[in-house]
Ligand binder design. Structure first.
Ligand SMILES: [Zn+2]
Length: 685
């Protein structure tokens, strides 16, 4: 996920959330509408037909509860509230809301779990509901082995304090990062001192490829991803039955300090056995599943199986709406299958980085099989249909999960939606083109919309028909024509308001959190314009330090406005002696390229700077010019090429328009940041 933005956004949501606990909960937006009779019908039908008789998740969610802290809020070191469970307590009142899909309300209620829980007596404990991810404490011979220290130092520290209070004070002697997403490592500095890692007093263990992927997934398209977070994560939606109710994996993401301590031990083999503080652990690398770098862990002596984020209480994203590379559903299924055959035959308890554990071998096998089958079915049946001509623009209306899986709560699509996951499989294998010539090089929406509006007989006719479709509950038809009108007439306020009403009803009807948030955030932006003021924080020093120089240089190429580089030509050799790297950099054909391990024969400029000093430039703490002036960086050749380069670079702004006519009148100013503009702290759920 998204952290920097998330952080700014979470603070905004908190402010907007006031009053959500009032007995009579009002819509947070003056133009907001209650669920229509058509929406209520959809929701009632789901309530009557879904498998609510199976309440095992509620038993498992409660099991082993030890204690909750006195306050539902966790303060950030910076003074604001980093975490707030209180604002979601409207869900704890046992009331059914007609503005929330009943299955979504079910997971949203389950995700209210909050506090310290026993997983395996005297051995494994979890603190849940302090952040998006759980923090898990495994008792070693001399201290705690922590699986996944949450997103923020503040929430990880609070988790450790709760453990200290109820289980006695023990040091953290090892941390295991299950995968390369920020909600699973960001809080590490809250529970471990880096000095202890360096001194060998604490170990940090991570899967193969961890450091590369911990930052790389969010760099190249980072600004666009941050912007799209407003949709998938509903960053600006208040916690409310009409707004944000859940994030599928948990409630939300903590708004605190994200850091990263590099692993002291990487698990390189497919399966690797290791003793960690006296506990025998078998690590199973599962690359390219939920994350590009991820691993499960089995503790054979306790028959305890840690499934990282590969198996939780939801189907995950094959395609995440915030934007990311499409994942591999078949590989994911196969790794679950391996875990089932290797460890699932005998495991007595299965626990994970989100949600709650499963106890008993039969139950564990049931959940592993359901998850294995759900991902394999998705992959196989979508391709089965694609091979018969069903396209990416139809598959979400055609593909169906088999009824036997639909009945199993462990494979409901709270996080990854069936619709988008099915499109994702086609996208992975065939790409976005559906084979129809009209869709190869279509007009942009704003260019095609006026023709549609003209041919439909103008705005008035569209509004009348749009209103009729809206009143009949035909929301997906209504959005087709109202979207055209809004694109043709971005200043048409009634059109945007009606489209917002349509989006809102579609949002209320969704079981999937991402879909709900995208539609409700769309309604919000159409009504109020795009958010101003919120800006991503610059990436923290840990994350910038973890970024390779090559990635930094690649991103300079992305920041370059090639129109400004027209006609320029230069070459630079960059040498970073302390890590032994060198780069050949060229600007030619209005394009900036770099090649690691090579040097240009006669460069215009040679820069020699230690990588540890270059980090200052990457963070924006110091300019390269200042470092040249004070002798930190040595140069040879024509210094002017640096000015030329600087003149081509732009800063990306977060507040770009997605929906027509939503740009704020006064241009939203994004806070000035350092030269490395991307926020690396997103959590790639
Ligand atoms: Zn996660």
């Amino acid at each position: 996920m998204k952290l920097g933005f998330l952080i700014a956004g979470a603070a905004v949501s908190l402010m907007l959330a006031g009053g959500a606990l009032a007995a009579d909960i009002k819509h947070f937006h003056p133009k907001g509408k209650p669920p229509s009779k058509h929406t209520i019908e959809v929701i009632k039908k789901a309530r009557a037909t879904m498998n609510f008789a199976d309440k095992r998740d509620f038993d498992e969610q409660k099991k082993g509860f030890i204690a909750a802290p006195e306050s539902m809020k966790i303060k950030a070191d910076a003074g604001h509230v980093a975490w707030d469970m209180e604002r979601y307590q409207f869900l704890a009142k046992g009331k059914d809301f007609d503005s929330i899909h009943p299955s979504l309300q079910r997971i949203a209620t389950l995700n209210l779990n909050f506090g310290l829980y026993e997983v395996l007596k005297d051995k494994i404990y979890q603190v849940r509901g302090f952040d998006l991810a759980n923090i898990t404490f495994v008792r070693g011979k001399t201290g705690w082995i922590v699986f996944d220290p949450t997103t923020a130092a503040e929430t990880a520290r609070a988790g450790k304090q709760l453990v200290d209070k109820h289980l006695g004070k023990l040091p953290v002697v090892a941390v295991i990062y299950s995968h390369s997403h920020g909600d699973h490592f960001g809080g590490v500095r809250g529970i471990v001192d880096e000095k202890d890692v360096k001194a060998g007093k604490a170990q940090i263990i991570a899967p193969r490829g961890f450091m590369d992927h911990a930052v790389s997934e969010n760099v190249y398209a980072g600004n666009a991803m941050n912007r799209r977070m407003f949709g998938q994560y509903g960053v600006l939606l208040p916690a409310s039955p009409y707004g944000h109710v859940d994030q599928a994996l948990a409630k939300n993401v903590a708004a605190g300090n994200l850091g990263l301590i590099a692993p002291s031990k990487i698990v390189e083999e497919g399966i690797e056995e290791m003793e960690v503080d006296g506990v025998k652990m078998i690590f199973q690398n599962t690359p390219n599943t939920e994350a590009p770098s991820e691993m499960n862990t089995y503790i054979p002596d306790w028959k305890a199986l840690w499934m990282a984020e590969n198996v939780t209480a939801t189907i995950h994203n094959i395609y995440t709406l915030r934007g990311a590379l499409v994942r591999d559903a078949l590989a994911w299924s196969k790794y679950i299958n391996r875990a089932l055959y290797l460890y699932g035959q005998e495991a007595d308890v299965m626990f994970a980085s989100h949600h709650w554990p499963r106890w008993g071998n039969k139950r564990i096998q049931e959940v592993l099989r359901a998850q294995r089958d759900a991902y394999a079915h998705l992959n196989n049946q979508v391709l089965h249909l694609a091979n018969q001509g069903v396209t990416i623009n139809q598959i979400h209306n055609v593909y169906e999960v088999p009824p036997s899986l639909q009945k199993q709560w462990a494979v409901r699509s709270y996080h990854g939606s069936v619709e988008n996951n099915s499109r994702a499989v086609i996208n992975r294998f065939l790409g976005y083109f559906d084979g129809n010539p009209v869709n190869i090089i279509p007009l942009s929406p704003k260019d095609s919309a006026p023709l549609y509006v003209e041919m439909m007989g103008g705005a008035e006719k569209i509004m009348a028909k749009g209103k009729k479709l809206h009143d009949e509950g035909k929301y997906r038809l209504a959005q087709e024509i109202l979207d055209k009108l809004a694109h043709a007439e971005p200043d048409n306020r009634p059109a945007k308001d009606l489209l917002a009403d349509v989006y809102e009803q579609i949002g209320y009807q969704q079981e999937n959190t991402g879909l709900r948030n995208v539609f409700l955030a769309g309604a919000f932006e159409l009504r109020s314009g795009i958010p101003t003021g919120a800006s991503p924080k610059s990436s923290g020093p840990d994350m910038v330090r973890a970024m390779s120089t090559e990635l930094f240089l690649d991103f300079i190429g992305i920041r370059m406005d090639s129109k400004k580089a027209e006609g320029m030509q230069f070459s630079i050799n960059l040498i970073t002696p302390d890590n032994g790297e060198k780069f050949a950099i060229e600007l030619s054909n209005a394009t900036f390229t770099n090649l690691e391990g090579f040097q240009v024969a006669n460069p215009d400029l040679t820069i020699t700077i230690n990588r540890s000093d270059l980090v200052q430039v990457m963070m924006g703490a110091k300019t390269l010019a200042a470092q040249i002036d004070d002798g930190t960086a040595k140069i040879e050749g024509n210094r002017k090429v640096l000015n030329q380069l600087a003149s081509t670079l732009i800063d990306f702004e977060l507040g770009f328009e997605i929906l027509p006519g939503t740009k704020a009148p006064a241009k939203a100013k994004v806070a000035k940041k350092g030269p490395f503009k991307q926020d690396l702290r997103q959590i790639n759920e």
